[in-house]
Ligand binder design. Structure first.
Ligand code: KG4
Ligand code: ZN
Length: 314
């Protein structure tokens, strides 16, 4: 009924997420954001049947703000409390039914790509998920953000690289792809490769980055998205499941969205690409998990706590 997201300007100002500043921003925003959400939905607090909140994974300070607020609100209103796993929420965002898209059928594969996670998940049911492969080091969002930092672009770097990449030649520069298990990922070597490449070129031409920004971004994006697509192909081959979804902040990326869509024709997959507003962190994805947990009467006790490390199947 409403999906209010507070701005993340504080991260842009500091070129990344400073945990203490993030949690203070949450504290300042949480009351006005909840009030705005109620207003836009045209309801009042007593119309609510439960309070869903993000239990983890994430930064402890920020999680504590949400958890404490949700517990207090549920207790004051005498309604159930529903703890939500952030990674499950990214995946289940596909079930937000606004009648504009088809909903996935179980089982399906989901490439979950965000600032902290990179996983291929076999989704057997709403709350039955199995991780088939994951990153051994950096997440793909981190690879984007760190590459952007090397290039002197702002934060978050993913959308900025994506913008420049659209105007560049994806084959201008070649970066080495990691050699890891068929369903696993590794992005820290790529980041180092990009850093050394830029340092070497800048030594010869101090304007190298400015003069070739679009081509550099397009080449980085092409390398990253090719890795993601190869791993998805491996997962389809190993499981025989041809229903493929993407989720998480990086699923906003124009190239992964395009390549996945093309796979419908080239490989016969059935693909699910989330609406743009349900890719990066948002409230609706927590709401939809709350809805399915409410149907199962799966509630949390008021003694529940935030969990910084929570796996997608927990
Ligand atoms: O899911 P999310 O909003 O937050 C986490 O749970 O981490 O994902 C944020 C990540 C950031 O690393 C950001 O750079 C990346 O998603 N991102 C993108 C794009 N939009 C956001 N990466 C590549 N292309 C984009 N268009
Ligand atoms: Zn997220």
């Amino acid at each position: 009924m409403s999906n209010v997201v507070a701005n993340q300007k504080i991260h842009t100002e500091y070129g990344g997420v400073v945990p203490e500043l993030a949690s203070r921003a949450h504290q300042q925003n949480i009351v006005p954001v909840v009030q705005q959400a109620l207003q836009r939905a045209n309801i009042v607090k007593k119309d609510l049947s439960a309070i869903a909140f993000t239990k983890g994974p994430g930064l402890m300070g920020s999680l504590l703000v949400g958890t404490s607020f949700a517990k207090s609100l549920a207790q004051a209103l005498q309604i159930p409390l529903i703890g939500v796993n952030h990674m499950q929420a990214h995946i289940l965002a596909h079930f937000i039914d606004d009648k504009t898209h088809k909903l996935p059928q179980f089982p399906f594969l989901c490439l979950t790509i965000s600032g902290g996670h990179t996983e291929i998940v076999k989704v057997k049911d709403y709350f039955q998920m199995e991780v088939l492969g994951k990153t051994l080091d950096d997440a793909v969002g981190e690879a984007y953000d760190k590459s952007a930092k090397i290039l002197g672009l702002g934060y978050p770097g993913g959308p900025l690289i994506d913008q420049h990449a659209k105007k560049g030649n994806p084959l201008a520069y070649k970066f080495t792809k990691p050699k890891v298990g068929t369903l696993d990922f590794s992005f820290s070597g790529l980041k180092t490769g990009i850093l050394y490449f830029i340092q070497k070129e800048v030594k010869q031409n101090s304007n190298f980055v400015a003069e070739n920004l679009n081509d550099i971004c397009a080449s980085i994006q092409h390398t990253i998205v090719s890795i993601l697509m190869e791993k998805l192909q491996n997962a389809v081959r190993e499981t025989g499941i041809t229903q493929v979804a993407i989720a998480g902040g990086v699923s906003a990326n124009s190239e992964i969205r395009k390549r996945l869509k093309e796979s419908e024709k080239t490989m016969g997959w059935i693909t699910y690409i989330p609406k743009f507003e349900f890719t990066t962190d948002n409230a609706a994805m927590i709401g939809i998990v709350g809805y399915y947990k409410f149907l199962e009467q799966s509630f949390d006790a008021n003694t529940t706590t935030a969990t910084a490390r929570l796996k997608v199947d927990e």
